[in-house]
Design a protein around this ligand. Structure first.
Ligand code: IPE
Ligand code: IPE
Ligand code: MG
Length: 231
């Protein structure tokens, strides 16, 4: 019998603003911490199921914690960082088994030594994997990233004219599609420089309820769009 090989359509970079954990917890009569836990678990779950997508994504970014989120109640910030630390460590083996290359995308300032060690361990462990690149954006703010880039430039005698070189992860592609869950219609300081020509997709689905099938729908919608890039 003849065999057919279907090759999946490739998408370079999809980025997700994972919003709605708080409202999800409220809706389910649970403490907010549980909303964040389900949110982080959902992020890992999606990473493990990327091969179930109709599309092959080269790079996927998840917005986990913004520079402005430090203004939340100290107890919520503590809960969030405890969860990030536990699940980041736990993600090391799962990511490796799934051939994912994981990297932290954000500022290292203000992060604890323990967390920095976990970040570096996971980066090293998954460095040579050639599957999807997973960027985890926490302690990330686009304006901070631009300010930090300018500080780097100011310290160099002959800086490159290519500004991108000074962003947190210079070899990251600009996102082709930015998805925001939770119903708000804004970017909240997410990849402002990189999103110049990104397509935007907003859904009311709260992040912990956003599954692979929702991601497939968003990608179906994206692939039907006509990108002009100013031409
Ligand atoms: C997103 O969920 C996660 C973070 C911003 C850390 P929220 O906590 O913002 O949830 P909502 O928007 O209040 O529902
Ligand atoms: C954006 O969500 C940040 C993350 C999802 C990590 P927020 O809930 O912080 O954004 P605003 O405050 O509604 O703009
Ligand atoms: Mg929110």
């Amino acid at each position: 019998m003849k065999s057919y090989i279907f090759s999946k359509k490739k998408i370079n970079h999809v980025a997700i603003i994972m919003d709605g954990n708080g409202r999800w917890a409220k809706k389910n009569d649970l403490p907010k911490r549980d909303g964040h836990e389900y949110g982080i678990k959902n992020c890992i779950n999606i990473c493990e199921k990327l091969d179930k997508l109709k599309y092959k994504i080269s790079e996927i970014s998840f917005y986990v914690f913004s520079t402005e989120n430090w203004m939340r109640k100290p107890s919520e910030v503590k809960n969030l960082f405890d969860l990030i630390q536990i699940f980041y460590d736990d993600f090391k083996l799962k990511a490796h088994e799934n051939n994912l290359k994981v990297r932290h995308y954000g500022s290292r300032k203000k992060l604890s030594k323990n967390l920095l060690k976990i970040i570096d361990d996971v980066t090293i462990k998954t460095k040579k994997n050639n599957g999807t690149i997973v960027n985890l954006l926490f302690n990330y703010g686009s304006r901070q990233e631009i300010d930090d880039a300018i500080s780097k430039i100011n310290k160099i005698k002959k800086p490159s004219k290519n500004f991108k070189k000074y962003l947190y992860v210079p070899d990251s592609h600009d996102p082709d599609l930015i998805i925001r869950t939770g119903g708000e219609l804004r970017l909240s300081n997410f990849m402002l420089w990189q999103s110049a020509y990104a397509e935007l997709y907003f859904t009311k689905v709260l992040w912990p309820d956003f599954k692979i099938k929702n991601l497939n729908l968003a990608l179906d919608n994206y692939t039907k769009r006509k990108r002009k890039l100013g031409k």
